[in-house]
Design a binder for this molecule. Structure first.
Ligand code: G4P
Length: 530
């Protein structure tokens, strides 16, 4: 396939939502309508989870939260749709933010009763930073929720983006009749239907058509006419260019669990969403149709399959064509690697691929060479920018409960922290391991995985650190005196970089004042800062 054709064919996007708004359900329904799975309910019944798709870990099932990010690809209407799943829980926000660097657009799911929630706002901020095009799906219309106009105002206010409804609900909750597709001028009548994908669509081009009254009754028909008049008066015509610039978000209404409103969403998504776009590197902007291959790693996951000890780096292809068994340049390591078993993630399966194109996300088996943000090229020395790194906020010491298993524990914590959801600092004497994260729940996940995946019995004990600061300086004397004075608060990260673990803001300020020639970096990305 020619590159330009492949690029035009691909749609790579993420679904984001505050937990419980219906992201998992919508993902499943998109797979259902896309023909990638045959029965709904599979994600929830864990039928799919067990094989390859959404969530990897037992803990996720127990807690009902989606922790890991995975990729699901399927073909629909001549397009290859790549869905990048993201965790909704705030403790895993980092993972979601990084995944958003690998998508070209997003679908944001809102619960019609809860409206814009805290996580919704944060996720939108990240989208706005990169002007990512956003489609909004207002879910759970089969339940009583906020008035739809109030909701649109709330979306505009809190998310600081213009909205433009492309479908419009008729009633809600018990009185929910269906949605009118403003874009295609037809009426989709609601039926509670949790497993199949049948929809009753009636074409009503002229809203004055008395058929509308016959179908939904006089009161609803009049209400719909009035409301659509208001919409057409208040909101500008939908403008695809403005959507692609991230300035206006088209809005759809529906009920994911009832398969309702999904077809409109999917069809419009295919029509309007962007094909793969380029990315900024530290030396230039790279277009997807650049002849030479390049891509970046945005996620690493160890032990994807507990039966095989493997680690997979998720690579988003930005330009050119990726080919199996061809040597590519690992820019940070200044080494060339080839990949005999790159995998794609078609909905139910992981399978080895021979080639992949811009917009695709592939899995590369990794023996420890990759870090998040790493760039592969055909030789050009450039690194992709904008992969956020985080300063840990919560610290705990990892305690080994089984001295016979220290090797496993050591290996496990190193591999898991390589995934980028936590950082590890080692304090001497005694090789004590301090783990820092941005969310409490990560400790539970790490502990659970250490026990289950590495058979390393362990627990975490809280530590009262306020911040970890990587320190650099040209002034050796000052460094020596700092090490002498603060030795008890110094640790090394996994790459042997010196880190100051400050207990309070005050102590950090004092250190900065007393040692003016030392730089205190708040994230581990200091090498890129200079
Ligand atoms: P999340 O991934 O965003 O966290 O949400 P998820 O899809 O797991 O949905 C959260 C809950 O909302 C689920 O109920 C789900 O069935 C329900 N839900 C999703 N879409 C709709 C909808 O359109 N209408 C209504 N009424 N409910 C919806 P649960 O009780 O947590 O799980 P389950 O036992 O129903 O599977």
């Amino acid at each position: 396939m020619r590159n330009s054709e492949a690029i035009e064919k691909r749609r790579t996007f993420g679904i984001i939502a505050h937990p419980d708004a219906g992201k998992t359900t919508l993902t499943e329904k998109l797979l259902l309508f896309g023909g990638a799975i045959q029965t709904a309910g599979a994600v929830k019944n864990n039928k799919i989870k067990k094989t390859a798709t959404s969530d990897f870990m037992e803990i996720e099932k127990q807690r009902g939260i989606s922790v890991a990010t995975s990729v699901m690809a399927f073909e629909y209407a001549g397009k290859q749709v790549n869905i990048l799943d993201t965790p909704g829980h705030k403790d895993f926000a980092e993972d979601t933010y990084r995944t958003l660097t690998a998508v070209d657009s997003v679908i944001l799911v809102i619960d019609c009763a809860n409206g814009v929630e805290s996580q919704t706002e944060k996720l939108m901020e990240v989208c706005r930073m990169r002007n990512t095009p956003v489609i909004i799906f207002v879910n759970k219309m089969d339940r009583e929720g906020k008035d739809s106009f109030t909701l649109l105002d709330e979306l505009e206010d809190k998310l600081t983006i213009k909205v433009r409804p492309l479908t419009w609900p008729i009633g809600m909750g018990d009185r929910f009749k269906g949605v009118y597709n403003i874009y295609q001028q037809n009426l989709n009548l609601f039926q509670a239907n949790k497993t199949k994908r049948e929809e009753e669509i009636v074409s009503i081009k002229d809203l004055n058509d008395p058929q509308l009254n016959d179908i939904v009754g006089d009161a609803f028909a009049d209400e719909l006419r009035e409301e659509l008049e208001v919409i057409n008066g208040v909101y500008d015509e939908f403008n695809r260019e403005a959507y692609l610039r991230g300035e206006v978000a088209p809005v759809f209404f529906g009920s994911a669990v009832n398969n309702f409103g999904i077809q409109e969403l999917l069809d419009t998504f295919i029509e309007i969403s962007p094909s793969p776009i380029g990315r900024e590197s530290d030396s230039r902007y790279v277009e997807p149709n650049d002849a030479k291959f390049s891509g970046f790693v945005f996620k690493i996951h160890a032990n994807l399959d507990p039966k095989h000890r493997d680690r997979i780096a998720f690579l988003r292809i930005v330009s050119g064509k990726f080919e199996r068994n061809k040597f590519y340049h690992h820019v940070r390591m200044e080494k060339n690697f080839k990949f005999p078993n790159p995998t794609s993630f078609m909905a139910q399966d992981k399978s080895v691929i021979d080639e992949a194109f811009p917009g695709d996300v592939i899995g590369l088996y990794d023996t420890g060479n990759f870090k998040i943000g790493d760039t592969l090229t055909e030789g050009e020395k450039m690194m992709y920018k904008g992969i956020p790194s985080f300063s840990p906020e919560i610290f705990m010491e990892l305690e080994n409960l089984d001295p016979m298993k220290s090797k496993q524990l050591d290996k496990g914590i190193r591999q898991l922290t390589d995934e980028g959801v936590a950082q590890m600092f080692i304090i001497q004497p005694g090789n004590r391991k301090i783990v820092g994260t941005v969310g409490q729940l990560q400790f539970e996940v790490i502990q659970h995985r250490l026990i289950n995946e590495y058979a390393a019995n362990c627990r975490f004990a809280p530590k009262n650190y306020f911040k970890a600061c990587w320190i650099t300086t040209e002034d050796k004397t000052q460094l020596e005196s700092f090490i002498k004075a603060k030795g008890n608060y110094l640790a090394k990260d996994k790459d042997e970089n010196l880190v100051f673990l400050a207990e309070t803001q005050f102590l950090l300020n004092m250190a900065e004042q007393d040692y003016p020639d030392i730089t205190f970096h708040k994230t581990s990305e200091f090498k890129l800062e200079s």
